[in-house]
Write a protein that binds this ligand. Structure first.
Ligand code: AGP
Length: 363
């Protein structure tokens, strides 16, 4: 429906798509609920997950970052071992496969050539089952795989992926949760309820645009480079935050595991270097705060984004509390908006950044 993809009063698709994120999460809850109101996925997909002794997640870019989080979900919630691979590397760097692999392709567009070349090999040469998680029904990767899980995010037009990432993380959580339940695992969370809480938390953040614009101005207006750090799930979100900033503002940015900085990258910290630190994982909160002290001691301009309950005086942004496994759904949103405003301050073409296409259909 063409009216679905109108910008309406929005100056950019990216802004509209970020604003849609709470309703995307709610839509996913609805789309994956059965008549009894319980989370569910297609029986055949559940069976394929049950049969698999290992999952191989294949994806590129932002979808790869969602895959890293998906690995934790399938391992921690469903108890299934997972490997995550960049699709362009997989062809010539194929790991030794397990006996009963299930391949999971994560692709917003369902058209990424790098991922498709792996899917073709998996199906035609190796004969293994494949599941595609995509936003586009009928896309190439969906048609060529055995199974599809849809993201239900609605058309994503901006080159920088935002709502599709949130949808990917949410759908991966649903699939892992349903598989974990089916395997009879003791799950101490009600995912449906936790996703609804996360949707509200995202709403709070998209309603804080003035604050996020101010953060972009304070930290990135004249920056040449920026670092994003986190530990555990926050590390993966920091990689996604850095990619967003690079794509649309052209500021050189890297996401790092907090503990890894001291092994080299800390040499890049100078007076005023912006460092965004995410603090949403209680078991590593003190460690990441230690890393912040290390960079501040070398002159960094640190912006701490902490989850409610873990915040300390001096933190720049406090995000609402959500289940510890679902923090990526929420903590990514301020990073998206900060990138958006940084790009605006630099007068960049937010929706169509230079050198990039929405889907990369060449290998
Ligand atoms: C996301 O902001 C990027 N534009 C890009 O990394 C993208 O995620 C990647 O090309 C994969 O695309 P896909 O999800 O459509 O396969």
């Amino acid at each position: 429906d063409a009216s679905d993809i109108e910008k309406g009063t929005y100056p950019h698709y990216m802004l509209k798509e970020m604003d849609e994120q709470p309703s995307v999460v709610r839509k996913i809850i609805q789309a994956y609920s059965n008549a009894d109101g319980e989370l569910t996925i297609d029986d055949n997909i559940l069976e394929a997950l049950k049969q698999a002794d290992r999952l191989y997640i294949i994806a590129a870019g932002t979808s790869y970052h969602a895959g890293l989080i998906g690995k934790q979900y399938f391992e921690k919630i469903a108890g299934i071992p997972v490997e995550v691979h960049i699709s362009s590397e997989f062809g010539y760097n194929m790991p030794l496969l397990s006996e009963k692999p299930l391949f999971i392709f994560i692709s917003q567009s369902g058209e990424t050539a790098d991922s498709r070349q792996v899917l073709v090999r998996v199906k035609e040469e190796l004969g293994y089952p494949a599941l595609t998680i995509t936003n586009v029904p009928g896309s190439t990767l969906s048609r060529e795989a055995d199974y599809t899980l849809l993201l239900h995010a609605g058309p994503e037009i901006a080159v920088a992926s935002t709502k599709a990432y949130v949808a990917q993380v949410a759908v991966l959580a649903v699939a892992a949760y349903v598989a974990g339940k089916a395997a009879g695992r003791e799950l101490d969370m009600d995912l449906k309820q936790e996703l609804a809480i996360a949707a509200n938390a995202i709403q709070t953040i998209v309603d804080s645009k003035n604050e996020l614009e101010q953060i972009a101005e304070d930290y990135l207006k004249i920056a040449r480079n920026a670092f994003f750090i986190g530990r555990n799930l926050d590390y993966y979100v920091s990689m996604e935050g850095a990619l967003k900033l690079k794509e649309i503002s052209y500021i050189q940015a890297e996401g790092f595991a907090g503990g890894e900085l001291k092994h080299g990258t800390i040499a890049l910290i100078e007076d005023g270097t912006p460092v965004f630190a995410i603090v949403s994982q209680e078991q590593v909160a003190l460690n990441i705060r230690g890393n912040v002290k290390e960079v501040v001691a070398r002159g960094a301009n640190a912006c701490i984004i902490a989850m409610e309950g873990l915040e300390e005086e001096g933190d720049r942004l406090v995000i609402p509390k959500v289940h510890s496994l679902l923090t990526p759904l929420v903590s990514v949103v301020p990073l998206q908006l900060i990138s958006y405003y940084a790009a605006l301050h630099r007068r960049c073409d937010v929706d169509k950044p230079r050198n990039l296409a929405k889907s990369v259909t060449v290998e």
